[in-house]
Design a protein around this ligand. Structure first.
Ligand code: SAH
Length: 348
């Protein structure tokens, strides 16, 4: 019999589940806290439970834990990139970044990705499968344990499209922000999407306080289609309307990510179009110098172009930041570390 993924249960579900097995309610809370607050890796760590109970639990349930396969630490900025192995052997990556305000972890939401963005390494081999809530959580749990410091911020901006794994994402967010777990504030969580319009609207109706980031990367559908296949499915006009709905429903300003690619989306005409597009959006733009990947010939815009682009937006009343590049020396771009690991394995 396949064991049940206990780490993906809410406290309420666990209580119900254990009650059916004749266990008192307080046991469920104890077990939940072992899993999500004390970050136990096995039932045997749960020392205030009897040996017998631990044994019964381990016969029925699986406590999903990720194995660290590799950690790379940047010499430039101490960014750490973790390569994890999942119980079924797939590997995923997560990134730890240190900011003045605390430690932030960037997690993967899927193994691979099917969105096909042209500049992104995560999508080159397509989608393997969705990550379960437990597998999203455990990226953070293992990193917090290996670091010995509290993780205060989470961004769902690693490999995968979170809104293509909607139900698991929501459950993950619920568990991550639960007071009996890591209790991370919703306001410290960002979910980034390439723009699956109906699911942005769905998320708006959940009325969470998380930040939504839209990977925009172009000021019109024509340029966007060159970079992102999803642009063939949803029009910018509709996606931005969904972002507006997100803002209206939650009061949270949307972040627009814009990776600057030389000669593709970085001239002043595009800055002008972008300004017009976002004028009434209440959002802010995060400019990202594109991180070149070996498989594609996209090149980063020059510093001069980046600054000119930024200045134009600012002068026209758009709030802009330039994303600090982190971990450049350790394969910082989405999916690069996993890709090189898989290649090495093939060759070996
Ligand atoms: N699927 C989600 C989240 C994962 S990607 C999304 O599309 O938003 C996280 C961000 O990194 C996205 O804005 C994505 O477009 C960007 N990105 C991916 N590869 C990149 C690269 N090589 N250089 C710069 N940005 C990249």
């Amino acid at each position: 019999m396949k064991k049940i993924d206990i780490k993906s249960f809410t406290l309420e579900e666990l209580t119900h589940e254990l009650k059916e097995q004749g266990l008192a309610g307080f046991r469920a809370r104890q077990i939940y806290q072992w899993i999500h607050e004390k970050l136990a890796d096995s039932f045997d760590d749960m020392t205030n439970l009897s040996k017998e109970l631990r044994k019964t639990l381990s016969e029925t349930y699986e406590l999903i834990t990720l194995q660290i396969v590799d950690v790379r630490i940047s010499e430039v900025d101490q960014t750490r990139k973790y390569l994890f192995q999942l119980p079924d052997g797939h590997v995923i990556e997560s990134v730890l970044m240190k900011y003045q305000y605390g430690y932030s972890v960037c997690i993967s939401s899927q193994v691979g990705c099917r969105m096909g963005c042209r500049f992104c390494a995560s999508t080159l081999e397509g989608l393997e499968r969705n990550l379960r809530p437990s597998e999203m959580l455990d990226q953070i749990y293992q990193i917090q344990k290996s670091l010995g410091q509290r993780i205060s911020h989470v961004v769902v901006m690693g490999s995968g499209e979170p809104l293509d794994n909607y139900e698991n994402l929501l459950r993950f967010l619920f568990l991550l922000t639960n007071e009996n777990g890591l209790n991370i504030s919703q306001r410290n969580i960002t979910v980034s999407t390439c723009g699956i319009e109906p699911n942005i609207r769905k998320l708006a109706q959940e009325h969470l306080q998380i930040t939504l980031a839209l990977s925009l990367h172009a000021p019109n559908d024509q340029v966007r289609k060159k970079l992102m296949p999803i642009a063939n499915q949803y029009k910018l006009e509709d996606i931005l309307d969904a972002c507006q709905e997100y803002f209206k429903e939650t009061g949270r300003r949307v972040t627009f990510e814009y990776s600057l690619v030389r000669g593709i989306n970085d001239n002043l005409e595009e800055a002008k179009q972008l300004t017009a597009l976002l004028k009434h959006s209440h959002g802010h733009v995060n400019l990202i110098p594109v991180n070149p990947i070996r498989e594609r010939d996209y090149v980063q815009s020059g510093q001069k172009e980046i600054q000119a682009f930024k200045l134009y937006l600012e002068k026209n009343g758009i709030h802009v930041t330039i994303r600090r590049e982190m971990g450049r020396d350790i394969g910082g771009a989405c999916g690069q570390l996993r890709k090189s690991y898989l290649e090495q394995k093939k060759e070996g």
